[in-house]
Design a binder for this molecule. Sequence first.
Ligand code: PLP
Length: 376
Amino acid sequence: MLEPFRERIYVTRPVLPTLEEVTSKLRDIWDSKWLTNNGPQHSMLELELAEFLKVPYLSLFNNGTIALMVACQSLRLSGEVITTPFTFAATPHVLSWNNITPIFCDVDAETMNLDAEKVESMITPHTTGILAVHVFGTPCDVEKLQEVADRYGLKIIYDAAHAFGVELDGRGIGNFGDISMFSFHATKLYHTLEGGALVHGDKNLKPRIDLLKNFGIKNEDEVVMPGINGKLDEIRAAIGRIMLGYVEGERLKRRQIYEIYEEELGGVAGITLMPEVSADVKLNYQYYVIRIDEKVFGRSRDEVYDALRDYNIFSRKYFHPLCSEYTCYRQLSSSRVENLPVANQIARQVLSLPNYGELALDDVRKICAILKSFGK
Ligand SMILES: Cc1ncc(COP(=O)(O)O)c(C=O)c1O
């Protein structure tokens, strides 16, 4: 019998800069007395991030959810927007906050992303856009989605909250669709404690997005649209500038962990590993998520989740429940289980395992051994 971990192992741990780096930047901010509203840290971070993410235009936000709300407004989406039920609550909620009905479409059994083949069948005369998510950093079928969107004159927004630094054929993942959103929440590979960004390739869109995130205030005499407060303050922007120096190191550490999971759990009957991606995809290794087939493995996902807790391992059931199961969405006709068979199966099977740079590689091996010991 393997011994439980003495201390709790959580699914993730935030990457932290040194306090010295933070205080040095704080001193600059204190000297400048400029705390928010497009200050120097904010302006520099916008440029540095646009370069890092290889995107033409970037606007910072105080979190990814407000950014996504502004993305919908900036593209004037209305009526119905097709989206995935296998995502975090924020994705469909931003549609509701914009008075748009989320239309849930099933996901692909391999990538767990919106099934591009099924999107077309969900289009109605009310559809104005597609809100797709690069779940766990695996890119969506961007070509197929674009082809459908072009055919029907729809906009595409990508929720790239999980996909910081992901690239497709050398191009930053934020270059696809009309707008992409990144979240810089503390649990993400790259973070500003709370924060986010919208990125896109349309020069005319940036002024509109920047107005929308600052109450629609154009100048001292004019307020031109009903905007919101989406501004990122100087302290978080400064932390974001420091954190850029940590991303690649953290990504590589998580890659090692990812590889151990692949090596140790590959071939275990009843466990499906992370989706395979083609050679032209650069991943960020932010999450390691498995799927457990109860009939083959011998124990259900929920049983494995509970059993891991007995060993002080705190995995997470991401994403369970599906958004289509929430009380606010389950009355929608697109939420019917018959419409979402793949997503419903995945939500019953999925389990996110600990993955963060500070996690010792021996501990990852031990997590795998414990997990395997639960099987048939
Ligand atoms: C897929 C997805 N979309 C949106 C968000 C919301 O981002 P934020 O927490 O920055 O508001 C998150 C999570 O944090 C997420 O995981």
